[in-house]
Design a protein around this ligand. Sequence first.
Ligand SMILES: [Zn+2]
Length: 494
Amino acid sequence: MARIAIGGFQHETNTFSSTPASLADFEAPDAWPGLTRGGAMLEAVADINLPVAGFVQEARSLQHELVPMTWCSAQPSGRVTRDAYEHISGLLLDDLQHAGKVDGVYLDLHGAMVAEHCDDADGEILRRVRAMVGPGVPVVASLDFHANLSHQMARQATALVTYRTYPHVDMADCGARAARVMHEVLHGPSVTQHLEQLDFLVPLTSQSTLVEPLQSLMSEVESAERPPLLSACLTPGFPAADVADCGPAVYACGTDAAVVADAARRLADALRRREGEFALELYPVEQAIAQLRRTPAPRGRPVILADTQDNPGAGGNADTMSLVKALVASRLPRVLAGVICDPDAAARAHAAGEGALFDLRLGGRTGTAGETPLEARCTVLALGDGRFTGTGPFYRGARFELGPMALLELGGVRVAVASRKQQAADQAMFRHLRAEPADYAVLALKSSVHFRADFGPLASRILVVEAPGPNVADPGRLPFRKLRPGMRTSPRRR
Ligand SMILES: [Zn+2]
């Protein structure tokens, strides 16, 4: 039995977004708990599809004693403020200092966090933790599939373990794998790592592991992970990050340096060979609507329009209205859209009550060029307090707290509105407002890929739509300055 200190600090930073992540953003709950510390942390994360929850369960079954520290996350956005980063890192280090003698440290990190004053914010946390515990104590971290893996992360951690799915249905599993790796390294011989960074960016919407090329690449990674390897990872990266470590990477660690390096090189070569298959497929709004007219959805099998560029799960604000306006103008029947973040609209709907009719200006307030609110007379169809539990494979067990919510009908389109932004990746977000997604012909979702886990099986067709928003889908259009020399901002087509 070993004593293992566990904590987490998760943020995915879109450095092109001008909305920073403040301490208040980490303190507030969303789908996941707000900042939590000590014994309360174990309870707050229990049974949620989160790495830390998977780690806790597996480490306990391996008979280890856990010392809970601080855990927090915030919605993807612009850089983490210096104040928030230093405060939260301070809490973690303080907890570690007071944990007494520990045999290992586990951290639930994202791997694409950028702070105002630090481009490799996850690597810096690992460096500070390593400096405190010294070289002899294993430090294991789990990272998101969208980590931008750095040499510092690989060097400071004894072992890294990353998600293998997008939608991330294996977050808790990844934590459990981290616990098994920890179990091995607590008593085993010394561990070596190898990291290969690749030289092209992969657009988010081309990163789903439900389709090629990542579907088969990830099974290659899975089969490569066998002794003497402890962990084999392939991360396509989070492309909206203007930092030197942005981009895909392959990482392996284990007990035989030559085998580890050879496995990482082989997987990196396999990824390089598939570069041309990552090309982007995006539909302009008018083209998507023309498609809907030509091929209407069969009953019970909606067409899904993924409003990826305003996905709050990648730094959008969930309030651009261009796609909803086009759907209103199209007069297509049975359209459900969401989830729009507009606390004022939600408050007005709650004040007016179910069945009320009033004039509303919805969304369009957070400054995307050319975006304006949707102005229409709306009917309040349903109200909710924004507290419900996730039921889909991605948000499984998540205890949502989205503030007052409302289902509104505007110009024939039904729109779910919340007071806090959250990626539309779980049917529970609509069912909370008595809207059953399968009853609609068109679902317009503020999501890039995560929606595929819970909505994908319903869909007769999925179109990724290029409506305006801050999460630019084509990395080739982003104004990078800090990428590594020779990086291609779009995959080379064959
Ligand atoms: Zn991710």
